[in-house]
Design a protein around this ligand. Structure first.
Ligand code: NAD
Ligand code: ZN
Length: 396
């Protein structure tokens, strides 16, 4: 096990192991204990999703994929469906049988622990036995809800109790992802990001990983253009931050470079199979950061999200547009993508904010040591001062 630094109740990792993973606020701070002594380095032995289907129309195979889960007539599957599909053709295509439970979920707000607890109670009230599977159909938010629900059906207490690293002790209910939006990498990550009473932090564990992903690029068809762009840029930014970070290694580079190449094809060229490419970009981007780390843009976007409730994808876009000094080539290319797709980002978000809220934002961003260490190196605190962070936020 990695050594714990004094005063920290979780391992502080970097580069070879990932600290505060994608989309999460670490509950404290610290420095990487691997930086100085490479000879004692430990490497993450990480799990990935074991089964994947990819292809247009593969949603039609979902019934087939789930058939082996249905052990007897009491077995039932819960379909956690983004409620944007309520009454839409996709809802009618969900392969419901016998006692299956269609559970529409709302993602107007990013998922909260209280919402997860409510959904878990709803499923427990539905039948005396646990479901045979949980299927998440939607974007990063619906997929995260499906992961959290599948964990909390087998682990007692509130989802807030498990926000952190490897606090889950029992395997989850079988759970599968059907992404309808591409970019977050939530389909492949070992976390589900939740806003709890005390913190915004994911449930990180090997049990969080999906058992199955079904990638059907046709499902991206109805995504509003702005949302398609913001979530797609989440992926592009994962690539830029991973590839330009100090923690980069051949593993992360292999996935990150391919993901970035696919993003360029999707956002700067015209391809009939753009949706197929974006789905693979998202998966590869997730694989890249699984073995490296994100950077300045994600750190700043967490401040925006925590204090102003700005969603992940758009928050990353807002922050990235001010990061020429950190990622000059990536930001220039991002602006070309914005122009090509006529995207206008919201401005002056921090204009009327009081000092206390601004300070909270700065603190939130600077708490994310590993992200800054990846971006600027172990000496980052001397470079990214609170004053400099505040000045950046004031421009947004
Ligand atoms: P999202 O899931 O929040 O969805 C954004 C909007 O798009 C919603 O209104 C949704 O209803 C709609 N939508 C989704 N699919 C659609 C479709 N096919 N047609 C029409 N509308 C559709 O967006 P996202 O960017 O995919 O995910 C963001 C969430 O993912 C956040 O909650 C964030 O915390 C989380 N996240 C998780 C990870 C992880 O590793 N677990 C990583 C990054 C982000
Ligand atoms: Zn992200």
């Amino acid at each position: 096990m990695p050594r714990l630094l004094p005063g920290l109740n979780y391992p502080v990792l970097c580069g070879r192991e990932r600290l505060a993973p994608l989309g999460e606020l670490a509950p404290g701070g610290g420095i990487c204990h691997f930086h100085e002594e490479d000879s004692t380095a430990m490497y993450r032995n990480f799990s990935i999703v074991p089964k994947i289907i990819f292809g247009r129309g593969s949603f039609n195979q979902l019934d087939d994929v789930l058939s082996s889960r249905r052990a007897n007539s009491d077995s039932y599957i819960v379909f956690v469906m983004d409620d944007v599909f309520a009454g839409k053709p996709l809802e009618k295509r969900i392969p419901l049988h016998g006692k299956d439970f269609l559970l529409p979920v709302n993602v107007d707000d990013e998922p909260k622990t209280s919402y997860i607890d409510k959904l878990v109670a709803q499923i427990k009230a539905y039948a005396p036995q646990l479901p045979a599977g949980i299927i998440g159909i939607g974007g990063g938010a619906a997929m995260d809800i499906a992961k959290a629900v599948s964990l909390l059906l087998t682990n007692p207490g509130s989802s807030a109790d498990y926000q952190g690293w490897d606090l889950i002790t029992k395997p989850a209910i079988y759970h599968a992802a059907v992404p309808t939006l591409a970019g977050t990498g939530a389909e492949i990550s070992r976390t589900c990001i939740l806003t709890g009473p005390e913190k915004k932090l994911g449930i990180n564990s090997d049990y969080t990983l999906f058992d199955q992903i079904l990638f059907d690029p046709e499902l991206l068809a109805g995504v509003p253009k702005d949302q398609w762009f913001y979530t797609g840029m989440d992926c592009y930014i994962h690539d830029v931050e991973s590839l330009n970070g100090k923690f980069i290694n051949a593993f992360s580079m292999a996935y990150g470079e391919k993901s970035q190449e696919l993003c360029r094809q999707v956002f700067l060229e015209d391809h009939a199979d753009a949706a197929d490419r974006l789905m693979m970009a998202s998966y590869f981007g997730g694989m890249s950061i699984a073995y490296s780390q994100v950077g300045a843009c994600h750190a700043l976007s967490y401040g925006l999200s925590y204090v102003l409730g700005i969603h992940h994808g758009i928050g990353c876009c807002i922050a990235f547009d001010y990061l020429d000094d950190f990622y000059p080539t990536g930001v220039a290319e991002f602006r070309k993508m914005m122009t090509r797709h006529g995207i206008q980002l919201p401005r002056n978000l921090t204009k009327n904010m009081d000092q206390q809220s601004l300070d909270k934002m700065v603190k939130t961003a600077l708490n994310l040591d590993p992200l800054w260490a990846n971006c600027l190196g172990p000496d980052w605190k001397n470079i990214m001062t609170p004053e400099k962070t505040l000045a950046l936020y004031k421009r947004m």
